[in-house]
Design a binder for this molecule. Structure first.
Ligand code: ZN
Length: 377
């Protein structure tokens, strides 16, 4: 049994996911290391200190630069980046559809131009699975199309139908790859992805179809791409009940601390988002009393840590005034200290959510946390 459902509170789930690279306690926030590193000069040694459970790397980025074949030759992504805990790789689909140059979508897959050197690359379900197998990640994501949130119904229907056909091909290809002698991680797990933009009926039908494939986990994709928070919560209210409760459910690319609390409440287990690292690089730091902009003049003489009582490597040693000075002086350390604090804040919030679920007080925890963050300092 890979996923143990330990406890529920309403629709919120407290679980434990067993993988070949160790146990993942859920709900979990995965820390995004796009090119096998978290932007902001954060090392895997740092990740161990800031309670990171899962690192997320981007298939597209690693494929176009450095290359998955070389990473396989060097022993796989875990060995390459010196990280022995779980790694999730996305399918490359999102970047292909959003970042890459002129593209052609066909039944076989997508042709696009690399954003690095413009060279023409083809990627379909088989290629995505092969790249993720070369990387040897713990969890591989299915290759799908993420239609724009506000796409027309007819487009979304056709796109979702193709994503379903692609999922069957992903499953077959992963089974083949996992059976090969020289595969790095023969226990690699495939997560399917639910799509359907903001059309709840399309999403529910799709959830029913993909649930039959009995995959180890399922994601809700194509959200946080331009729709409102209310639309996102509405989709979750409708679709999550149709995904297997005895499997992890992953909400891709979400979100703010408030988004995460709302989504946990709607049955989501896995999250990832660039917000904590991206905001950290710009001097925006999260606290239990709201987000602070350390560039603000009022922190010039503020010798308190970013957050009183925070156990992160930044707050244990440095003041707001010093971090502000580093940011103003464009010292790399300023950016790094903010990113470390923000990831620690997110990882700690997930720990608090798990504790609250264990003790049957998640509803109260959510209410208090939202009120405190809303109130400000
Ligand atoms: Zn801190």
């Amino acid at each position: 049994m890979k996923y143990e459902l330990l406890k529920t509170e309403g629709r919120a789930k407290r679980g434990r996911f067993h993988t070949v690279h160790g146990v993942i306690e859920t709900p979990v926030f995965m820390n995004v290391g796009t090119v096998a590193a978290i932007k902001g000069a954060v090392s895997t040694d740092d990740l161990r200190q800031i309670k990171t459970q899962v690192e997320l790397s981007n298939t597209y980025h690693l494929h176009v630069r450095t290359g998955d074949k070389l990473i396989k030759e060097l022993g796989g992504l875990h060995k390459f980046m010196a990280w022995d805990k779980p790694i999730l790789t996305d399918s490359g689909g999102f970047q292909v559809f959003s970042l890459a140059g002129i593209r052609k979508i066909k039944e076989e897959g997508v042709t696009f131009n690399s954003h690095i050197d413009g060279r023409k690359i083809f990627m379909g379900p088989e290629e995505s699975m092969q790249i993720q197998s070369n990387l040897g990640s713990t969890i591989a994501m299915a290759f799908d199309e993420c239609p724009p949130a506000l796409a027309e119904r007819k487009y979304v229907e056709d796109s979702v139908a193709r994503t379903t056909r692609w999922l069957h091909r992903c499953k077959a290809e992963m089974a083949r790859l996992n059976s090969l002698d020289d595969t790095i991680n023969k226990e690699q797990l495939l997560f399917g992805i639910n799509q359907g933009a903001i059309f709840n009926d399309i999403r529910i039908e799709h959830a029913n179809i993909i649930s039959e494939l009995d995959l180890p986990g399922y994601a809700v994709g194509g959200l946080a791409v331009g729709e409102s928070h209310e639309q996102m919560y509405d989709v979750l209210d409708h679709v999550v009940p149709y995904l297997p409760q005895n499997k992890p459910t992953y909400l891709m690319g979400v979100g703010t601390p408030a988004n995460i609390l709302e989504a946990v409440d709607r049955g989501i287990d896995f999250f990832d988002c660039v917000y904590p690292s991206r905001n950290g690089r710009h001097g925006h730091v999260y606290t239990n009393h709201g987000k602070l902009n350390l560039f603000n003049q009022k922190f010039e003489k503020d010798m308190r840590p970013i957050e009183e009582g925070c156990g992160c490597p930044t707050c244990r040693t440095y003041s707001r005034a010093y971090v502000r000075h580093l940011l103003k002086a464009k010292e790399m350390l300023g950016m790094r200290l903010c990113v470390l604090h923000n990831l620690y804040f997110y990882n700690t919030m997930m720990e608090e959510i798990r504790d609250a679920l264990d003790e049957g007080r998640f509803a109260q925890y959510k209410k208090d946390k939202l009120a405190s963050m809303e109130a400000g300092e």
